[in-house]
Write a protein that binds this ligand. Structure first.
Ligand code: SF4
Length: 362
């Protein structure tokens, strides 16, 4: 059995570790490229959301290289995620690919039962250990990335923070025990704090909300975090992979309470769950507006129903909380220049607002 999975940011580091620990032969799909996008778009229904197309492209590329088992996510709720795996399987079968598809639902028991099937006779203890190592890698990478987002906009020499983070993620990928993984992350975070910074700057603070795949996959969002950081913006991404896993798969108490708080915040504008992260996009915009953030960016795939609902509500939130919101929707036609121009104009607007507020206070 040669097992594979779709890409989403650094998720491959986590899944590679998990399945290797299960004793599987693991094949990571080639990094996402123009070819991945073209393949996915060619064989997908035209109006389906971008993550469907991209992951289909990943599957075609990795099946061509010899993988015979694909693990992907299932889904519940009003959006299309729950249909992805079955439709993708049908498309791939019609293209002549024969393989096993394992769709893991957002439920820990379901995940354990299905993943046990690929664990080559490993004991529950060994499986638990693999989960612990993969989980430690996931948290370590997210912690490094959080610190990277804080430092990047302040660094005196562009690229120095990025280099430290990249090196740390590569080492985390290779590390085999939890102590070593934590040590790598702590060292990298320490080094990031020591990066030479520009004196006396107060970077703009922008919250990033939206759909998880677009938020986490830099190829798709055109390296939004890096670009914003290099433009002098402190980016607060409202969801990392570890947040998603703890909230949706592990259903950790603190995330359930957080969800209740966010749902209460959003209620005056949207009173029910609409699938995906639409409700959270509204709630986080309210929350960050109350916290005095300079602006918000909502990033999502074109035709993503939950985020389109949020997009139509956000202008009212923006007006009530006096916080500018830029919406960026991505599809296979999204060009780098278009996104960059809108981003630059938005950041100029936020700088102007800040200067005007400061002048009013004098
Ligand atoms: S959340 Fe949006 S992009 Fe993701 S599957 Fe649902 S509709 Fe598609």
């Amino acid at each position: 059995m040669i097992i594979s999975f779709p890409h989403m940011g650094n998720m491959h580091v986590v899944l590679r570790s998990l399945f290797a620990g299960f004793g599987c032969e693991v094949m990571t799909p080639p990094p996402i490229s123009k070819k991945t996008l073209e393949l996915g778009a060619k064989y997908s229904p035209e109006t389906v959301c971008l993550p469907f197309k991209m992951t289909l492209g990943n599957f075609i590329e990795v099946l061509d290289q010899g993988a015979d088992t694909i693990v992907t996510c299932g889904g519940v709720g009003p959006c299309r995620l729950g249909y992805y795996s079955e439709i993708q399987k049908g498309i791939l079968n019609r293209l002549g690919y024969k393989f096993n598809l394992i769709a893991v639902e957002p439920d820990l028991i379901d995940a354990l039962k299905k993943l046990r099937l690929v664990s080559s006779g490993k004991s529950w203890l060994e499986i638990y250990h693999s989960f612990k190592i993969a989980g430690a890698k996931m948290s370590a990478i997210d912690n490094v990335e959080r610190q990277l987002n804080f430092i990047r906009c302040r660094e005196a020499f562009r690229g120095s923070a990025e280099k430290i983070a990249r090196r740390a993620i590569d080492s985390i990928d290779e590390a085999q025990d939890i102590g070593r993984i934590r040590e790598i992350a702590d060292t990298a975070i320490g080094e990031l704090k020591e990066v030479k910074q520009i004196n006396n700057i107060e970077p703009l603070k922008i919250g990033l909300v939206g759909e998880i795949y677009v938020m986490l996959e830099p190829y798709i969002n055109q390296e939004l975090e890096r670009r914003m950081g290099e433009m002098g913006v402190e980016v607060h991404k409202t969801m990392y992979l570890s947040d998603y896993v703890r909230a949706h798969l592990l259903k950790k108490k603190e995330y359930i309470s957080l969800h209740e708080v966010l749902a209460a915040l959003a209620r005056p504008y949207l009173g029910h769950y609409v699938g995906g992260h639409g409700l959270k996009s509204i709630a986080q915009t309210i929350h960050m507006g109350q916290q005095g953030y300079d602006g918000m960016i909502q990033a999502y795939p074109f035709t993503c129903m939950p985020e389109v609902i949020a997009k139509n509500i956000l202008p009212q939130v923006s007006k009530d909380l006096d916080i500018p919101v830029l919406t960026l929707s991505y599809d296979e036609q999204s060009g780098e220049a278009g996104v960059l121009t809108r981003l630059e104009a938005f950041i100029d607007l936020l700088k102007y607002r800040r200067q005007r507020k400061a002048a009013q206070l004098k």
